[in-house]
Design a protein around this ligand. Structure first.
Ligand SMILES: [Zn+2]
Ligand SMILES: [Zn+2]
Length: 353
């Protein structure tokens, strides 16, 4: 089964041949997040360049899904991660990718398709960035990730006979979140909130073994604090939302999901008051890049706004740091997956196409 991965859109795609594939320059990763940067990357498989209506070009990498996964696991996780964590990740990432391919290629999911295309996903199944799954070509490719993909070849998470939409995130902050807090108003039965006692670890050895180089720049992901002056916050919200609220006078959480992540937030200003959501919109609106999560309390200290929060990411499904700690404690990949995806089981994917 091939997957089409959108790598880069630019006025003109510069590429050159490389061993078993091709090389692209200035590929942007972590788009809109706090680790946003550019890298040169090398890919295996086939390169297709599509011309877009606005005159830009998109580089699409067509590659076998198992080879795609070897790169995803290498990109998402450090090579020194425990093997059972890498295997859990392989099964989870394979399930998610198969779901994404099916959603893109069947007319039954036109709404999903429309939402996907509005994210710039036209002519490919998944993007190469954190929005979908990190896919950084062969740059960080490592033999242990490849071993984990081969050891679980064809294995997916299923629930009621269907492949799961296996969401994951960096650190839940103590409790995982519902699907509907983050995306469409659909209840996904295997994404029930789970109390996660694992990801609060301060064990440097575990974190060093799990996180990629640039993820280790992020330290305070379980419990964090962001402080703004009233003027700073007003500027950020104006530039990120495109709406002039005047001076922000209050941030009121109107609704929270199961973990505590806010999915509706009222922003009150001297010129207008509006409610925004869901979690990613809130995270992007309240930060020059993106808040770690939407699970926070708002406190005022004088005129300053202090956001005290928990977790890194949307919080639905598997908590990568928590899963790493579980693997370190000796749980196997099936136990790890069963902990975060309630009622789901590991089975062999049979349909090809
Ligand atoms: Zn994407
Ligand atoms: Zn956790």
């Amino acid at each position: 089964m091939n997957i089409r991965v959108g790598i880069l859109t630019a006025p003109h795609i510069e590429h050159e041949p490389a061993a078993n594939g091709f090389r692209l320059h200035n590929v942007r990763i972590g788009i809109g997040f706090h680790w946003d940067r550019e890298e040169d990357q090398t890919f295996e498989g086939k390169l297709e360049i599509t011309d877009n209506a606005d005159g830009t070009q998109t580089a699409v990498n067509v590659i076998d899904i198992e080879d795609y996964l070897c790169s995803v696991i290498s990109s998402e996780m450090n090579a020194d991660s425990p093997m059972e964590l890498l295997k859990a990740h392989a099964v989870m990432s394979r399930s998610w990718a198969i779901r994404a391919i099916a959603a893109n290629r069947t007319s039954a999911s036109r709404m999903r398709q429309a939402a996907w295309e509005s994210n710039g996903h036209k002519g490919f199944d998944v993007c190469a960035d954190d929005h979908c799954q990190r896919y950084e070509g062969t740059r960080r490719m490592n033999s242990r990730a490849v071993e984990a993909v081969r050891a679980t070849q064809g294995e997916v998470l299923t629930y009621g006979g269907e492949v799961c939409d296996a969401r994951f995130h960096k650190c839940c902050g103590g409790r995982t979140e519902l699907f509907e807090t983050c995306w469409e108003d659909v209840h996904v039965p295997y994404l029930e909130p789970v109390d996660c006692p694992w990801c609060g670890t301060k064990d440097e050895r575990v974190l060093r073994n799990v996180l990629n180089d640039y993820d280790r720049e992020t330290k305070d992901f379980h419990d964090w604090e962001v402080r703004y002056t009233q003027e700073e916050l007003s500027d950020i919200v104006r530039s990120k939302s495109g709406t002039d609220f005047g001076t922000i006078t209050d941030l009121r959480p109107l609704h929270r999901g199961a973990s505590g992540r806010i999915d509706r937030l009222e922003i009150a200003g001297t010129k207008r008051t509006e409610t925004i959501g869901k979690e990613l919109k809130i995270r992007r609106t309240l930060s020059r890049s993106c808040l770690y999560s939407s699970w926070f309390d708002v406190e005022r200290e004088g005129t300053d706004f202090v956001l005290r929060g928990h977790g890194w990411g949307h919080g639905a499904g598997l908590c990568q740091i928590g899963a790493a700690v579980m693997a370190d404690k000796g749980f196997n990949y099936k136990e790890i997956l069963a902990f975060y995806y309630k009622g789901a089981e590991v089975s062999r994917h049979t349909r090809q196409g």
